[in-house]
Design a protein around this ligand. Structure first.
Ligand code: ZN
Length: 137
């Protein structure tokens, strides 16, 4: 698997608008996109720092994965996303090594990236996302 950089760090928050203000005022970052990802029942906000982004995640539904996460563990770091060169072959390789995948096939994530999650049981407790940016889209 060829991993190039940390694409983003996902942070679960209760109130997206309040947390956007915090990141803008306190850290001097600029939120450049707010997007709803229906699939994942989240509203997301993005900030860019070099090659890496901060992705704030607010649940859009009471039974969504982010509300469940916050209920169990409180607000905080939800996942780390690595940029990879070929997500399809990365998933095949991981599966062949017995790594537990949440997504066997890449799917569309925020910002049009191809994404797939690995189960935290196989990654020392860290919910891990792989992302691939398709150049010609
Ligand atoms: Zn993510």
């Amino acid at each position: 698997m060829e991993t190039t950089h940390i694409e983003h760090i996902g942070i679960a928050v209760k109130n997206l608008d309040e947390s956007i203000k915090f990141y803008e005022h306190t850290f001097g970052l600029k939120c450049y996109a707010v997007e709803i990802v229906k699939d994942q029942k989240v509203r997301t906000a993005f900030f860019e720092l070099g090659q890496t982004k901060i992705e704030l995640l607010e649940s859009t539904e009471a039974n969504g994965p982010i509300s469940k996460f916050i209920e169990k563990r409180g607000e905080g770091i939800h996942h780390i996303a690595y940029a990879v060169k070929n997500i399809q072959s990365a998933l095949i390789k991981l599966q062949s090594e017995g790594i537990q995948l949440i997504d066997n096939q890449p799917r569309k994530g925020a910002e049009g990236l191809e994404i797939a999650f690995l189960h935290p049981k196989s990654t020392f407790g860290v919910l891990t996302e792989l992302c691939e940016k398709k150049e010609n889209e």
